[in-house]
Ligand binder design. Structure first.
Ligand code: HMG
Ligand code: MG
Length: 305
């Protein structure tokens, strides 16, 4: 089976990567890190989230971060907004793109956004409408498309019905969140089969966490399904404070190495990406889990050599 010529990666580390850290990173360090990510060839970076600081204190400096970064031509700087309050803040700072959130699990929706699935849809519909009127692109996260940390496996008819509603609202893209990182390749195939006729794989974005270490296999299956847009987090940072036990996102380095090995273009300079990841690794004093990153840093070898 053939692969696409190129894929598009959204770097979500500054949002998904930082929201679950035990410590808050100083604002200027976040800005320096996002500026370094901007030099890697990435074309979209999710910079922060305009969420309640009571819910996610790690991102309480979202306005300062967004206004502090040096925007590079050709890079789109996105931010997550959970409600009208967050949307107004995003608009104030001149955001390029927003990501709104809903979920296919009632319990996750309540835990993550203090409302039901229906409540979340009613919340995001006017935001999407207003963003369209302002000429701002909207990505809509649909979490728990395979499994929920509280409810277990998810009925994919629910995913299909919610995806239909979101598209009716006019969102330019649906970002399918495998929130807890337990998917197997066959789940990805089932997901896209369930979405057949509603959301084409080419138009979707796939957001994988990597708790079971199978995210790259899932990406391979997704590529065969026709998916060309993926989220990833540099070094494999990440997790959701309201999805206990879930590991970070699939690592950007791992996706880039995987793609380049197969002749798929990403536009991303691997070494510059590692440099950017090193900055946040030192700041957090952690060991980033990405295999490709570790191969380069510890074994001084390009992962595909
Ligand atoms: P709530 O408590 O119901 O909100 O939370 P509220 O409207 O009752 O307001 C409570 C207080 O928060 C008020 O302040 C508001 O002003 C303030 P007080 O009067 O008490 O002083 N407030 C805000 N402040 C700043 N920015 C805001 C904001 N909104 C209210 N936007 C709410 C509802 C949606 C706000 C809350 O549940 C929330 O912030 N949730 C976000 C949680 C989150 O960020 N989770 C992680 C991101 S989602 C994820 O990781 C999954 C994903 O990666 C995909 C995947 O992996 O599947 C995207
Ligand atoms: Mg996530």
């Amino acid at each position: 089976m053939s692969f696409p010529k190129e894929i598009h990666i959204t770097e979500v580390g500054p949002r998904d990567g930082l929201q679950n850290q035990p410590m808050s990173v100083p604002t200027q360090r976040k800005i320096d890190w996002i500026n370094a990510l901007s030099a890697t060839g990435l074309s979209t970076i999710e910079t922060t989230a305009f969420v309640s600081p009571k819910w996610v204190p790690q991102l309480a400096d979202s306005k300062e971060v967004y206004t502090g970064i040096s925007k590079t031509d050709g890079v789109r700087y996105s931010a997550l907004v959970p409600n009208e309050f967050g949307w107004r803040s995003a608009l104030e700072v001149g955001v390029d793109e927003i990501a709104v959130i809903t979920a296919a699990s009632e319990t996750f929706s309540e835990k993550n956004t203090n409302t039901t699935i229906e409540g979340s849809l009613l919340r995001i519909a006017p935001i999407i409408q207003s963003a369209i009127e302002h000429g701002i692109q909207v990505r809509c996260y649909l979490s728990c498309v395979v499994a929920c940390p509280y409810e277990g496996s998810i009925d994919m008819n629910v995913v299909r019905n919610i995806a239909e509603r979101i598209l009716d609202f006019g969102a330019s893209a649906i970002d399918l969140g495998e929130t807890i990182g337990v998917a197997l390749p066959e789940d990805i195939r089932r997901l896209y089969d369930a979405l057949d006729g509603v959301l084409s794989p080419e138009e979707s974005i796939l957001h994988l966490h990597n708790t079971n270490g199978k995210a790259l296999l899932c990406i391979e299956e997704a590529l065969h399904c026709g998916v060309v847009k993926f989220d990833a987090s540099c070094g494999g940072l990440g997790g959701c404070p309201y999805a206990p036990g879930a590991a970070g996102n699939v690592a950007t380095e791992d996706v880039v190495a995987f793609a380049h090995e197969r002749g798929i273009e990403t536009g991303i300079d691997f070494q510059k990406l590692v440099d950017a990841s090193s900055m946040i690794e030192s700041e957090l004093q952690c060991v980033l889990p990405s295999n490709a990153y570790r191969t380069f840093k510890d074994a001084h070898t390009f992962p595909n050599e």
